[in-house]
Structures are given as structure tokens and as C-alpha cells.
Write a protein that binds this ligand. Structure first.
Ligand SMILES: Cc1cc2nc3c(=O)[nH]c(=O)nc-3n(C[C@H](O)[C@H](O)[C@H](O)COP(=O)(O)OP(=O)(O)OC[C@H]3O[C@@H](n4cnc5c(N)ncnc54)[C@H](O)[C@@H]3O)c2cc1C
Ligand SMILES: [Zn+2]
Length: 611
């Protein structure tokens, strides 16, 4: 009996979930290891699916590859686990059933977690083991990453003439994670040589039917569909699925109408679901003609609204520009903060920069503060965004919120890790790096979300990135800047520098960059503050003369304060002719200091223009 002949003449029934039926062993268990320790149970699950009507069953090898097994320290058992899995499935299947060796996808949305080379090596090993055990075909399932499935499919097609089923998992109805439509994705997999192409997991029948409505019958591959039992729920920490099996009778008829030739189930489905599907469609031939729904017309992306403020990168390329950091307060109450913002606006700075819980300590949301500053004082707020506190969902929601509030100027940073802050046990999310975040914001400017889904409007963010010059190898830090420019950074803002020599070094190393740089200067507020910064903030070093001057000021607060200001002014003098952009950092909400320094810069500017 030949799979490809069989599927041509009638709808074939696949099996349902394996993992769901093994949950009772504990969710953190390696289910594939059960091939060795509980072979009878695995075999009886296969038998239950066969009894329910499955023509095609899959080996219990979804995660039986090096990368997944090594999470459990089981990588050395890879050969035995795969061979036994094939053996058990074959024992359960009579001659007229097909045993497909399954290989699950690895990547989630984070491409950086595994390189394509890692994935290919990992795949090849499992593929050889399954083919050597003489499976009837190969099943690729739960691939969210289209780059991954196309690469592994090419390998499989090269290595075997046996039938290959290639199933992707959808990001949302009809759309893959990278924004590719299901129609074009499946077409591409068919062109790469898959015999059957389709979808599995994540969605239930309703969304899968909707997705398939836009997919035509292909002339070089059959269509498959493996829906989940339902959308997942959570009960007492356990994933649950709705158990209405009769719903699957109707769903199976719909799948047939959409052109599916192979119908099974994924997470949450059981032999009962498969029985319902089998009873509904196993005796029917596949359809030969199909009315395809048009892909949704591309919604025109509205052009951006007029920006309220000119982008800082344009200003600083042309002329002197001062931006000042004023951190949102650590306690409730924003009177002093707003007074500071107003005083700084009155001395004519270009923007107030608002850190995002810097040093990983909670503060009033910088969006709340920034929005008030824009609306009440009419001063541009530059909102820092870290990747520490928000996952990919939160970050996208945040960007949409900023756009909605008209906060168009942002600084994208990785962010100080939680472990250095007030709540060391809190999670540092880091779904994205600063590079990824810069790229994401620039993609928003094209009107597209992370997955490439149209946002309806284009945003108009101007994106700053951070420059940390206080490192051992300045050239490496500058290389990071080049990478940030490649991701879309419009300009840079540096950490504070406390040495005239270092300012000159930074100028030399960065002067050829395409993107302008605001150089960071923060007034020292006292002798202890100076010693703390020199000795305890990683990377930052005060020059000998600055340190000596602060030590000389001693415990006299007034003297230390004016010495701190004098030092900041001398650093400004050193930076003045080299950089248009000056970034002043206000220590401890002492805005009088940054007001005085801003005035100092402007005075200098007037003297120069009048001279
Ligand atoms: C202007 C400015 C504003 C900031 N605002 C905030 C804020 O609001 N909230 C907050 O939490 N943090 C803030 N930070 C701190 C910042 O997140 C980091 O501590 C650091 O300065 C690096 O910037 P980044 O996050 O863009 O890091 P990236 O360039 O993305 O680097 C991430 C990590 O890679 C490593 N790395 C970086 N450079 C090198 C190098 N040359 N060699 C080897 N390893 C390297 C470091 O471990 C670094 O932490 C700010 C920093 C600056 C300069
Ligand atoms: Zn699944």
C-alpha cells in the first residue's frame, strides 16, 4: 500500500495528541523518554488512535532530538529513544497503516536562541535515526519559524524519497509569525518538495477553518490539518482543553470542504476526537474544486500625523542642542519633578529625557511623566524604553501607547538587569535586545508589528540608542554603535564621562559615524558622591585631577557643590567644540544644577555667535 496513492483517492485520518495524553506523568517530564520506561503505555496510545480510525500515526519523537533531549540530560539516549519509538508505533499499526516519524520545530519567535546551522545539525541527526528505523514517512510539525521549516524541509527532501508532511503553526488566523500568509507559505513548502502541507497546533478548528478558506488546492501537494482540541485554558496550573467531541464531527466536514486530505488533531485532542473525525469524513473522497476566499485586501497604511517636534537628530546635526535627563520620582508626588521640567523648559533645552526605571528601581512611569511634560509644559519628552520590564507583547503595546500619546522620541536600551536594583529577585524579561528593539521600532515606523501585521498607521518614532564609552575596549563599544545604526538608530546618547582626555578619545573614535552623538555630562554633587561613582559604578572612572578637586572640597556641602559644577563646566568646555549635542544628567532631582549648566552652555553659544 502506498501513502501517496491512498491519499489521492480518499481522505486519510491522522492521530491526535500524544503529549496531552502523557500529562499525567508530569508536565516537566521528557515525554519521549517514556518510549524506554513506559513502552506499553506509548503502544496503547497508538493502538487507541488506530482503533479510533487513524490511517497515519506518528512516532513519539516530537522532541527526541539533541537540543530538546539535552534539557533533560538524555541526549546520549537519542538513538535508543528514536528507534524504540518507531518500533512501538509499528507494533501498534497493522500493515495498512502508515507510521510517520515526527520531528518538532525548535525556534519560537526568538531567532537568536538557535542559529540555522545549530538547527540543521540537530535535525539531521534525528532524521537519519528515523529513516534508518524505516518509518513510512516524515512529519514536520509545530514550526512557528518559517526560516526553520524551509531549511529542515530542504534537508529531508534531499535525504529521502519517502512522503513528507510539513505542518506550520500559525501566529494568528492565516498568518505565519514572520507575516507570510498561509497561502504563500504552504505554496512555498510544496515547491520545496513536501508531499503534504498544512497546519497544526496552537489554534482550534474555528481559526483553522478560517485560515484554510484563503488557501487554494495545490497541484503539487495535499493539504493537512491538525487542530488543537480548543484554545487552551488554565485550571489549577494545568493546561486544559474543552472536551466537546461532537464539535469535531462538524469541523471535519468543514475541513474537507476546505480541501484537507489528511485530518488529525494536535494538543488537547484524544482518540475520541479522532473517532468523530473518522466517522464524519473517512469514507468520503477529497474535494477536487474549491472556491477560495480572497486574501484580505491590504489595508492602506495611513501616513503619519505631523510630528509635533522636529526630530532631535536633525536638530543636533545642524546646531547646538541640549537635552537633560530628569528622572521620574521614586515616590508618589510629582510637584518637584514638574517644577524642574518647567525650569528647564524656561532655559530653552530641546528635550527632557526620562529614564525607564534606571538602575532597575521602580519609579513613576516615564510615560505618565512624559505625557504631562508634553501636554502641560509643551516640552519634548524623550522616553527611554528598556527590554527588561516588558515582554514582546508589553513592548508592542507600549509603543502603540506612546504613538497614541504623541510621544515620538524614544531611547531604546537593553536596560540595567533586575539583579542590580531594588528587587533583585524580579524577572529581567529580555525577550528582545536593544538591537532588536531598535529594529522593532523602525518596523513600527513602516506601519508593521513584530510579525509584519499591518498596524493601520505608521508611527514616526525618532530612535536614540545608548553608548557606553566607559569600557575597556572603546573600539568594541563603537562597533556596537555601528550595529545599532544598521538596526536603525538615528542618534546616540552617551553615559556620563568624567575626564577631558576621555571626551577627546570618544570624539576621535566616533567622529566618522553616520549618526550624531550627545555627550553625557553629570555634575558631581559631593565628595562622597564622586568617590561612589569612581569606585562603585562599573566602568566609570574620574580623572585624577577631577577626583583630587572633589576630595579637596571635603565635607563642606556648598564648596563640593560648586566644585562639582565647576568640573561639569570644564567638561562642557572640553566637549563644546567637538560635539553639538550635550546631554546633561540631573542628579537626585537637583534641577538647579542642570538649569545652571544649560544656561552656561547657552551663554557660551551667545558669546561665540557674537564674537
Ligand atoms: C543614555 C543612556 C540612558 C540609559 N537609560 C536607561 C534606563 O532608562 N533604564 C535602564 O535600566 N538603563 C538605562 N541605561 C543603562 C543601559 O541599559 C546599560 O546599562 C548600558 O549602558 C548599555 O546600553 P544598552 O542597554 O543599549 O546595552 P547594549 O549595547 O544593548 O548592551 C547590552 C549588554 O551587552 C554588554 N556590552 C555592551 N557593550 C559591551 C562591550 N563594549 N563589550 C562587551 N560587552 C558589552 C553589556 O553587558 C551590556 O549590558 C541607559 C544608558 C545610557 C547610556
Ligand atoms: Zn500541539
Amino acid at each position: 500500500m502506498n501513502f501517496l496513492e491512498e491519499i489521492q483517492s480518499r481522505i486519510l485520518i491522522a492521530d491526535g495528541a500524544m503529549g496531552t495524553l502523557l500529562y499525567s506523568h508530569g508536565i516537566d517530564r521528557c515525554f519521549e523518554e517514556l518510549n524506554l520506561s513506559q513502552p506499553e503505555q506509548i503502544k496503547s496510545i497508538h493502538e487507541a488512535y488506530i482503533k479510533a480510525g487513524s490511517d497515519v500515526i506518528q512516532t513519539n519523537t516530537y522532541g527526541a532530538n539533541y537540543l530538546k533531549l539535552s534539557r533533560y540530560g538524555l541526549e546520549d539516549d537519542i538513538k535508543k529513544i528514536n528507534e524504540t519509538a518507531v518500533h512501538l508505533a509499528k507494533q501498534a499499526a497493522a500493515d495498512n497503516r502508515f507510521v510517520f516519524g515526527t520531528i518538532g520545530g525548535i525556534r519560537s519567535f526568538k531567532k537568536s536562541a538557535y542559529s540555522i546551522e545549530d538547527l540543521k545539525r540537530n535535525f539531521r541527526e534525528q532524521l537519519y535515526l528515523l529513516l534508518n528505523s524505516n518509518v513510512d514517512g516524515i512529519l514536520l510539525e509545530t514550526y512557528y519559524d518559517f526560516e526553520e521549516i524551509t531549511n529542515v524541509l530542504k534537508i529531508a527532501r534531499k535525504e529521502t524519497n519517502k512522503p513528507i508532511i510539513a505542518n506550520v503553526s500559525l501566529h494568528e488566523t492565516g498568518v505565519l509569525q514572520d507575516g507570510t500568509s498561509l497561502k504563500s507559505g504552504l505554496g512555498h513548502l510544496a515547491d520545496l518538495g513536501a508531499d503534504v502541507v498544512g497546519i497544526n497546533c496552537r489554534l482550534g478548528p474555528y481559526h483553522m477553518i478560517q485560515s484554510l478558506e484563503k488557501v487554494p488546492l495545490l497541484d503539487n501537494a495535499y493539504l493537512s490539518v491538525y487542530p488543537n482540541g480548543s484554545l487552551p485554558g488554565l485550571e489549577e496550573g494545568q493546561v486544559t482543553y474543552a472536551a466537546d467531541v461532537s464539535y469535531f464531527t462538524q469541523s471535519a466536514l468543514e475541513f474537507r470542504k476546505q480541501g484537507a486530505s489528511l485530518i488529525g488533531g494536535c494538543c488537547g485532542t484524544t482518540p475520541k476526537h479522532i473517532e468523530a473525525i473518522s466517522k464524519a469524513v473517512a469514507h468520503l473522497p477529497p474535494i477536487t474544486e474549491k472556491q477560495v476566499k480572497n486574501e484580505r485586501e491590504v489595508i492602506p497604511v495611513l501616513d503619519r500625523e505631523q510630528r509635533k517636534y522636529e526630530p532631535l537628530q536633525s536638530i543636533v546635526k545642524e546646531k547646538r542642542s541640549i537635552i537633560v535627563e530628569l528622572d521620574p520620582p521614586k515616590k508618589l508626588g510629582i510637584k518637584k519633578f514638574m517644577q524642574g521640567a518647567e525650569a528647564l523648559k524656561n532655559v530653552g533645552i530641546d528635550a527632557l529625557t526620562l529614564a525607564d526605571n534606571s538602575l532597575a528601581s521602580p519609579r513613576i512611569s516615564n510615560v505618565a511623566c512624559g505625557s504631562l511634560v508634553k501636554d502641560k509644559i509643551d516640552l519634548r519628552s524623550l522616553i527611554h524604553i528598556t527590554c527588561r520590564d516588558r515582554n514582546l507583547i508589553g513592548l508592542q503595546s507600549h509603543l502603540m501607547g506612546l504613538h497614541t500619546l504623541g510621544l515620538t522620541d524614544v531611547l531604546a536600551v537593553t536596560g540595567d538587569p533586575s539583579k542590580i536594583g531594588d528587587f533583585p529577585g524580579a524577572t529581567s524579561v529580555y525577550d528582545l535586545s536593544s538591537f532588536d528593539l531598535i529594529s522593532l521600532i523602525k518596523q513600527f515606523n513602516e506601519g508593521l508589528s513584530y510579525s509584519g501585521k499591518p498596524l493601520g498607521e505608521k508611527t514616526d518614532f525618532s530612535v536614540a540608542a545608548a553608548f557606553n564609552p566607559n569600557v575597556r575596549h572603546l573600539d568594541k563599544a563603537v562597533k556596537r554603535l555601528e550595529k545599532k545604526i544598521a538596526c536603525g538608530a538615528d542618534y546616540f546618547i552617551s553615559q556620563p564621562i568624567y575626564s577631558e582626555e576621555q571626551i577627546y578619545q570618544v570624539y576621535k573614535e566616533t567622529k566618522n559615524l553616520e549618526a550624531p552623538l550627545y555627550i553625557g555630562i553629570m555634575p558631581l554633587t559631593g565628595t562622597r558622591n564622586a568617590e561612589f561613582i569612581h569606585n562603585e559604578i562599573p566602568g566609570i572612572k574620574l580623572s585624577d585631577s577631577i577626583r583630587a578637586a572633589m576630595l579637596k572640597a571635603g565635607e563642606d556641602k556648598e564648596k563640593a557643590r560648586s566644585e562639582g559644577l565647576a568640573i561639569a563646566k570644564s567638561l562642557i568646555d572640553a566637549a563644546y567644540d567637538l560635539f553639538n549635542g550635550i546631554y546633561l544628567i540631573t542628579p537626585f532631582l537637583q534641577y538647579e544644577l542642570t538649569v545652571e549648566l544649560s544656561t552656561y552652555i547657552q551663554q557660551k553659544e551667545r558669546n561665540v555667535t557674537h564674537a
